[in-house]
Design a protein around this ligand. Structure first.
Ligand code: 5GP
Ligand code: ZN
Length: 111
């Protein structure tokens, strides 16, 4: 039984504010935004965090970054700027172990 909260968001079992969905990825708004714009880019297939990725996952990770760039263009923050973050482990405050990339943009971006 998969108890992963992001897998439940992928299956729409848990509602979320979806910005983009395609065959392989889901982009949705973070429920506790840390900046004016705070999106999460996730693969639909459950993958663990960066520290347990393998060489087999490198294509997915590359695609996630390109997805993030694409959504940044679409929502109009490419020129003004944005930050992409992978939190890894407890000192980084990582709370969900389904691989996810944060996109932060707008005023008051944390460092
Ligand atoms: P982490 O700290 O693991 O890198 O980031 C997980 C992020 O997921 C957090 O910023 C948190 O606010 C967000 N999050 C946790 N649960 C939910 C949820 O049920 N829905 C949405 N939209 N975001 C969530
Ligand atoms: Zn998952």
């Amino acid at each position: 039984m998969n108890n992963c909260i992001f897998c439940k968001i992928v299956s729409h079992e848990i509602p979320s504010d979806i910005v983009l969905e395609d065959e392989k990825f889901l982009i949705f708004k973070d429920i506790r935004p840390k900046a004016q714009i705070h999106l999460l880019i996730i693969p639909k297939k459950h993958l663990g965090p960066v520290n347990i990725l393998t060489a087999e996952d490198k294509e997915v990770v590359g695609e996630m970054i390109l997805k993030a760039r694409g959504i940044a263009e679409k929502i109009g923050v490419s020129q003004s700027g944005y930050r992409l973050i992978f939190n890894v482990g407890k000192d980084a405050g990582m709370e969900v172990d389904h691989l996810h990339l944060h996109l932060l943009a707008g005023k008051s971006m944390p460092f």
